[in-house]
Design a protein around this ligand. Structure first.
Ligand code: MTE
Ligand code: MO
Length: 351
């Protein structure tokens, strides 16, 4: 059980967006770290913290339904991975007209190390039957949601992905080497590399293998890109994006060499290029991009810049991933405000 004091402590360093359900961004300087400390990792919860009975049920189209406790999970072979998680609503505040939804600035993104049991092994133990299509993951949390009195947080993934060991999906019970805390999904949660955070179901209580595609509020109603002029699409893989972490936006610096640093990530593959610009339109300069800590973690990049004279300079960073995706200048507007990966524009002043 988490005490009220522990909960308050774990939230004290975050930048609150809403108190209940608790939603908060990482503090801006947290993006400078390679791994985000747990008390600096953003939190996104659609409902108040649930009670969880400590059990995980695996049922539906399986030959051997299973019920597991935390100890059962811990007694199985464990796997750890470092993963960048971004909320699909991150950057919503920069979309115009402003979409409905949580007003996230740009800090609903963080990187943690997660430890747990590979999902593929749990499904193998349960024995997925022929004809299975989706695995439905239920969170223990529920509550009022828009026009509905009581909705539960439920998401699904294709069976083929869920059962694939190479997808590295975990039922995680540790974050940064400690048991999960209440806000991050204790006692266990799903961790889905490459996908927007919504896929990583917290307070996981049940997985049900089903034989037709899942439809539900958090799958086919919300967390959909409602494009104004083309077919709607589900929110799935994280789009390519770079953030500038140094110098801090709007800082005043003395004229001289200045290393511009940041992070870049994409769910579609490693970052192969980050370009910097210090003027509108203008020239783009290629930054140095570091190897990722893991295939699922953001990459650090840097560029040694020497501004010629005093004054205000714009800074923009634009990332390209191995699949050839690059960031747009204008946010890809959709009604619910997901997936804003537009190039950010900020400035600094040299005196
Ligand atoms: N059960 C449950 N799981 C959930 C959510 C939720 O509201 N309930 N929010 C999702 C969303 S939208 C995101 S971005 C991530 C955030 O995970 P974090 O709070 O650990 O950062 O959790 C996902 N898993
Ligand atoms: Mo999210």
């Amino acid at each position: 059980m988490t005490t009220a004091t522990e909960l308050a402590q774990s939230r004290a360093n975050l930048v609150m967006v809403a108190p209940l359900p608790f939603n908060a961004e990482a503090p801006p300087d947290a993006l400078r770290d390679r791994i985000t400390a747990t008390d600096r990792h953003y939190v996104r919860s659609n409902f108040a913290l649930p009670d969880h009975d400590g059990r995980l049920h695996i049922a539906g189209a399986v030959s051997a339904p299973i019920e597991l406790t935390l100890d059962d999970l811990r007694s199985r072979p464990a796997k750890s991975l470092t993963m960048t998680m971004e909320c699909a609503g991150n950057g919503r505040l920069d979309m115009k007209p402003l979409p409905i939804g949580e007003p996230w600035g740009g800090y609903a993104v963080s990187t943690a190390s997660w430890t747990g049991t590979p999902l593929s092994e749990l499904l193998q133990s349960a024995g997925v039957l022929d004809g299975a299509v989706d695995v439905v993951f239920e969170g223990a949390d529920h509550g009022p949601y828009y026009q509905y009195d009581d909705v539960q947080f439920i998401r699904a993934l294709p069976v083929a992905l869920s059962a694939d060991p190479a997808a590295n999906i975990l039922v995680a019970y540790e974050m940064n080497g400690e048991p999960l805390n209440a806000d991050h999904g204790a006692p266990f949660r799903l961790i889905v590399p490459h996908w927007y955070g919504v896929a990583s179901v917290k307070w996981l209580s049940r997985m049900t293998v089903i034989t037709k595609p899942y439809r539900g509020e958090f799958q086919t109603a919300h967390y959909m890109y409602e494009w104004p002029n083309r077919a709607h699409e589900p929110v799935d893989i994280m789009l390519v994006r770079a953030r500038v972490t140094e110098p801090a936006a709007e800082s005043h610096l003395s004229l001289g060499p200045c290393t511009v640093r940041g992070k870049a990530w994409s769910g579609h593959g490693p970052i192969v290029k980050v370009e910097l610009s210090f003027t509108g339109e203008g020239d783009w300069f290629t930054a140095e991009v570091a190897e990722p800590e893991s295939p699922y973690a953001w990459q650090e990049w840097s560029y040694a810049w020497t501004p010629a004279k005093t004054g205000r300079y714009s800074i923009r960073a634009r990332a390209t991933d191995a699949a050839g995706n690059t960031q747009p200048d204008v946010p890809p507007w959709n009604r619910l405000g997901y997936g804003n990966n537009a190039v950010e524009v900020q400035y600094v002043e040299f005196h």
